[in-house]
Write a new protein. Structure first.
Length: 340
């Protein structure tokens, strides 16, 4: 069965190709309250995402990288409105998601889906593969039972699994196969946009490349747009068109993938880049690494000024006093650093 066999859930959502970005995020913030005491009064907040902005064009892959705890996954969840934003704008296909009611948002959800990090936790162990993939189809009234069954078989073939396995349970599959099931569920509704939240982090290294190649093939075949979240810079370089770097809830650099890897301008990006192993052992042995000192500050009590100044090897007094402006240092290359 062809993907076109299912009609669009809401014609007002699908818009014609236009120069406007598919997704535009503006000054997005997500703060989680810190509660304390018997009466649970608020004593502070964790600034998981603290004012980031970016666009994603139709058909593009934007890589989002950074250390664990920097706010990458929270960004993906807020973009999809799985978590409500504290402040800011998320505009998808010309519609403001943060202002939508639950019923209006439900009509948009088939167009934006997510591949979760842990395939062990994201699949219901009591449901068969067919039931797992069928669940979103049932939820959004896609086709009759026979049509859905044929579509599920085609989806399994698209992700490299056998339709004969449709009645098996998740525990009967390897980690890589489970992630393929998760990908099949994510593309079941023919989405335009998919958030891939570290989809290879829980997989063996030998399987990671297979899953990334599958995502690339599906993007080409189905005209998908990705936000690819990862801490693996080498894998992001292989997949992404542009790369955004986050640190402590803020975006510190955004550039086309080749430019970011060949000429990073932010000290944090330079430090991340120096930690990526080189395939040539001779070059690796002579390369100078940038070793960051100190620990990552708490997002509940971020430093003043530039959030990176407490670990930055080139920091000066003004870095602790003034927040750097998010500015375009060259065409398409953005950074938040006083000295970029």
């Amino acid at each position: 069965m062809n993907a076109d066999a299912f009609s669009e859930p809401d014609s007002s959502v699908a818009v014609a190709d236009q120069p406007e970005p598919l997704l535009r995020v503006t000054d997005l913030k997500k703060h989680f309250p810190i509660m304390k005491g018997i009466i649970r009064h608020r004593v502070g907040e964790v600034r998981a995402v603290d004012g980031i902005s970016f666009d994603i064009l139709r058909g593009e892959t934007l890589g989002l990288v950074g250390e664990s705890g920097c706010g990458k996954s929270t960004t993906g969840r807020v973009v999809l409105q799985l978590e409500k934003a504290t402040e800011g704008s998320v505009n998808f296909q010309g519609q403001e998601l943060t202002a939508m009611s639950s019923s209006a948002l439900r009509k948009v959800r088939p167009h934006m889906q997510m591949v979760f990090q842990d395939p062990h936790a994201s699949l219901n162990p009591r449901m068969t593969v067919a039931s797992i993939i069928d669940e979103p189809l049932l939820e959004h009234n896609f086709g009759l039972k026979a049509e859905r069954h044929a579509w599920i078989e085609e989806l399994l073939l698209q992700v490299g699994l056998s339709p004969a396995h449709a009645n098996r349970y998740p525990h009967e599959f390897s980690g890589g196969q489970r992630q393929r099931i998760g990908i099949a569920r994510a593309i079941a509704l023919n989405p335009d946009f998919v958030v891939c939240d570290e989809p290879i982090a829980a997989l063996d290294v030998s399987i990671q490349a297979q899953v990334v190649n599958l995502l690339e093939k599906l993007q080409e075949d189905l005209s998908l747009t990705y936000l690819f979240i990862s801490h693996d810079l080498s894998m992001v370089r292989h997949l992404a068109d542009r790369v955004a770097v986050m640190y402590l809830g803020k975006m510190v650099e955004l550039a086309p993938v080749d430019e970011l890897y060949e000429a990073p301008v932010h000290p944090y990006t330079q430090a991340l880049h120096s930690a990526v192993p080189l395939p040539n052992p001779v070059s690796e042995s002579f390369r100078e690494r940038i070793i960051l000192q100190g620990d990552i500050p708490s997002p509940a009590n971020p430093p003043s000024g530039c959030s990176f100044h407490t670990r930055c090897p080139v920091a000066k007094p003004e870095c602790a006093q003034t927040t750097p402006e998010w500015r375009e240092v060259s065409v398409g290359h953005w950074a938040a650093c006083h000295f970029a």
